[in-house]
Structure formats: structure tokens, C-alpha cells
Design a protein around this ligand. Structure first.
Ligand code: HEM
Length: 408
């Protein structure tokens, strides 16, 4: 199988459900392979890491799109996220990221721990009451894995509880624009979600401008209004939508993927319950083994660049297979084995370089707190007998749509 066939298979439903055999094929071709005149596939750990850290490879920003495609109209979803730091290159990226990053310092995130514990305990209280007793169990994704991160990020942003209900489907739709090889129906759904979310945050920003509170929306509105305006109005909305998107769909999937792996590895569950395995090591191996973000991409900003010797023209694209890099046999011993005891485990699941995930510490805190409390409260939690788990039909954001459990 050559690189073009691997990419083709990854874009199909079977490839999305289980991309790992295709990643193994990619490793056989080498860490970097070109698969069209201006496309390169990188699956090697060191190669992916190097491209992410090399500022000569940029993200697909508005500016870049204009340079490549002229003044073609930009769909609403791309224009909303295009104004966020995730889709900006320096110096715009540096200007936006610095003030927002100050909210996610280790000290600020550590201070959130009591609040995260509070949300976890409240959700676990609720879970027990939801099992109908008919064997179909409780959907862990709906009742817990989604609820925890959306509550935490909404509290940080200052989104009132009664406004959060539509977020799950809106964010699910908006993220379709980031999906690998998205099609027209993805774009239509993503654009509609972008208009709704953009409108929602514009109204919330006005409310906070009139009546400031101690929350992130207020802090970002003040950046827009300051004399040295570190953000403009479009960047405010883009970054608020990004924080919401990045803040929960990924973490939701980390929780679901982790629980499914616990079901498959009873000895790991026993070690966690006995305190013989640090929960942080378990979370790190879940991130490596079944990464909630499977890939990203970068564009060559200049002429004459290459990816580890494979040349790429200006504006050529590099597909960076994070999920494959995490299973690179040259970096991880026996990479297809789930082994939370492995040494020197540093998956690329949160990216690397200037776009390194701003919420990595928060996501780890949420996952550690969730698994510790879940196993303490429901040590015998198991897959429900009367219902099957269903995977999301996605490649980029990998997770479960439903994961029915019996709480034991
Ligand atoms: C398990 C959970 C998470 C995973 C796997 C994850 C993964 C990632 C990855 C791979 C990137 C880099 C994308 C790229 O370089 O193309 C990223 C960026 C980002 N993430 Fe996360 N993320 C998670 C949770 C969070 C949370 C909880 C937040 C916020 C509260 C967050 C906020 C962000 C932001 C703002 C960026 C953009 C940073 C920039 O462009 O400078 N993420 N994330």
C-alpha cells in the first residue's frame, strides 16, 4: 500500500473506526512520504515533532488562504475559527496567545482543582440514579464524559448553566470543518453552528461589557476595549468559540477512550484501585494509545523547504499523523500494547511548538480527577450487557458517540 492509498483508506468509514493498522502500514513506508506533488505524509514521531516546532511550517490562516486563493468568499465556520489563535501564524498568533495563556498557568489551573472535584462528585451522584435497570445501562458519554469538560470550561468562560444545552451539537457540527477531508454537508452544518455560536458569544460579550464579572469572557472583552487592543472583535469571538471547542470535545473523548481501555485491561483497573499505578501514568498512556486528536496539518510558508529530506513546494501541505507518531515503533517499544507502566512516555497528543495545547494541564487535571473518583465510587463499572458502544464516525477527533455502562 502506498501513501495515497493509506490516505484514501483513512478517509473511509472502516479506516476511521480503526486507523491503527493503516498507521502501521505508513510506518513501513518510512517516517515521511510524499503522496502527490504538493502533499507530504508524516507519521514518524521525530518528524511530526520537528514540523510542529518549525515556524517555517504554518497553520492555514486567513492570510495564507488569501495568498493562495485570492478573495474567494470564506465559509462562516472557517472565518470564525480563522480569527482564533489555532489558525493564526506569528506575529498575530503571539499577540493573541500571550494574554489568553495567562489564564492557563500551572498556578491558575491548580487553583481550579476543588471546582473540578466538585463537578465530578456532583455528576457521579447523578449517574447512580440514571440506570433504568433494563440492561441498557447508562450512557457514560452523555451523562459524564461530555458534562464534566463542558461544565469546567463554561465556568471558566462565565457561560450561565441554562445556556449550555445547545453546545454539544453546535460544537460537534462546528468541528466538522476541521475534520479530515470534510465534505459539503460537513461545511453546511459547520457554518450554521458557527453563526449560532458567534451570535451567542457576541451577545454574551455585550452583557459582560455592560456588567463585568470575574470570568474569562469579561477578561477578553477588556482586552478588546483596552487602549492597546490586544484582540479585535472577530478575534474575540473566534477565540471564545475555539476555547469551547478545544475545551470539551477532546476531553470528552479522553474520558470515553480511557474508560473503554479500562474495560479491556482489568489488571490496569485493579492497579489503579489499589493505588499501585499513578492515575497520571494511566491518563498519559490513554493519550498515547488512543489519542483524542489524531492528526493536524501544516503548510510550507516558504520555497525550498523539506520535511526530513522530502521536498515540499511553497504552500505544499504536510499531514501530521499524531495518532501514528504515538505508535511509532522507533520511539515506543511494542507500540500497539497498552502499557501505562512504560517509561519516558511523551505522546504528541497535545501537539508541540507554538500551538501546543493551551488546555493540556486542565485536561489532565479533569481526567485524573474523573478516573480517581469514578473508580472509588463505582469500582465494578462494566460495559452494559444490553447495548453496544458506538464510535464517532470521525478520524481527527477520535472518540465514542455512546458508551453504555453498568455501574455495578
Ligand atoms: C484531551 C484533551 C485535549 C487534547 C487531546 C487537545 C489537543 C490539542 C492539540 C493537538 C492542539 C494543537 C493543534 C495543532 O497544533 O494543530 C491543541 C491546541 C489547543 N488547545 Fe487543546 N486539547 C485538549 C484539551 C484542551 C482544553 C481543555 C482546552 C481549553 C480549556 C484546550 C485549548 C486549546 C487551545 C486554545 C489550542 C490552540 C493553541 C494555539 O493555537 O496556540 N485544549 N489542543
Amino acid at each position: 500500500m502506498d501513501a495515497a492509498e493509506i490516505i484514501g483508506q483513512l478517509a473511509r468509514a472502516e479506516g476511521r473506526v480503526d486507523p491503527y493498522p493503516l498507521y502501521a502500514q505508513a510506518h513501513r513506508l518510512g517516517p515521511v512520504t510524499s503522496f502527490a506533488e504538493d502533499w507530504v505524509l508524516a507519521c514518524g514521531y521525530d518528524s511530526v515533532n520537528r514540523v510542529l516546532r518549525n515556524p517555517a511550517f504554518g497553520v492555514d490562516s486567513d492570510e495564507l488562504r488569501r495568498a493562495r486563493f485570492g478573495d474567494e468568499p470564506i465559509p462562516d465556520s472557517l472565518s470564525l475559527l480563522g480569527a482564533s489563535m489555532l489558525q493564526s501564524n506569528p506575529p498575530v498568533h503571539t499577540r493573541m496567545r500571550a494574554p489568553i495563556a495567562s489564564v492557563f498557568t500551572p498556578r491558575r489551573v491548580a487553583a481550579l482543582e476543588p471546582a473540578v472535584v466538585g463537578v465530578v462528585e456532583r455528576l457521579l451522584d447523578g449517574l447512580g440514579g440514571r440506570d433504568s435497570g433494563d440492561g441498557r445501562g447508562v450512557d457514560f458519554m452523555e451523562e459524564f464524559a461530555y458534562q464534566l469538560p463542558v461544565s469546567v470550561i463554561s465556568e471558566l468562560l462565565g457561560v450561565p448553566e441554562q445556556d449550555r444545552r445547545p453546545f454539544r451539537s453546535q460544537i460537534h457540527d462546528l468541528s466538522r470543518v476541521l475534520e479530515f477531508m470534510s465534505d459539503d454537508s460537513d461545511l453546511t452544518a459547520a457554518d450554521a453552528a458557527a453563526r449560532e455560536l458567534g451570535g451567542y458569544f457576541a451577545t454574551l460579550a455585550e452583557l459582560r461589557r455592560a456588567e463585568p464579572r470575574d470570568d474569562l469572557v469579561t477578561a477578553l472583552v477588556q482586552l478588546v476595549d483596552a487602549e492597546d487592543a490586544r484582540l479585535d472583535a472577530a478575534e474575540l469571538l473566534g477565540n471564545l468559540a475555539l476555547l469551547l471547542l478545544a475545551g470539551f470535545e477532546t476531553t470528552t473523548n479522553l474520558l470515553g477512550n480511557g474508560l473503554a481501555l479500562l474495560f479491556d485491561h482489568p489488571s490496569v483497573r485493579a492497579a489503579l484501585i489499589q493505588g499501585a499505578l499513578p492515575v497520571g501514568d494511566f491518563v498519559e498512556e490513554v493519550l498515547r494509545f488512543d489519542s483524542p486528536v489524531q492528526l493536524t496539518s501544516r503548510t510550507a510558508l516558504f520555497r525550498g523547504l523539506d520535511v526530513d529530506g522530502v521536498p515540499l513546494p511553497q504552500y505544499g501541505e504536510v499531514v501530521l499523523l499524531i495518532g501514528a507518531a504515538n505508535r511509532d515503533p522507533a520511539r515506543f517499544h511494542d507500540p500497539d500494547r497498552f502499557d501505562p507502566w512504560r517509561a519516558d512516555n511523551q505522546p504528541l497528543s497535545f501537539g508541540a511548538g507554538m500551538h501546543y495545547c493551551l488546555g493540556a494541564m486542565l485536561a489532565r487535571l479533569e481526567a485524573r480527577t474523573a478516573f480517581t473518583a469514578l473508580l472509588r465510587r463505582f469500582p465494578a463499572i462494566a460495559p452494559a450487557q444490553g447495548a453496544q458502544p458506538v464510535r464517532q464516525d470521525r478520524l481527527l477527533l477520535r472518540g465514542y458517540a455512546t458508551l453504555p455502562v453498568d455501574l455495578g
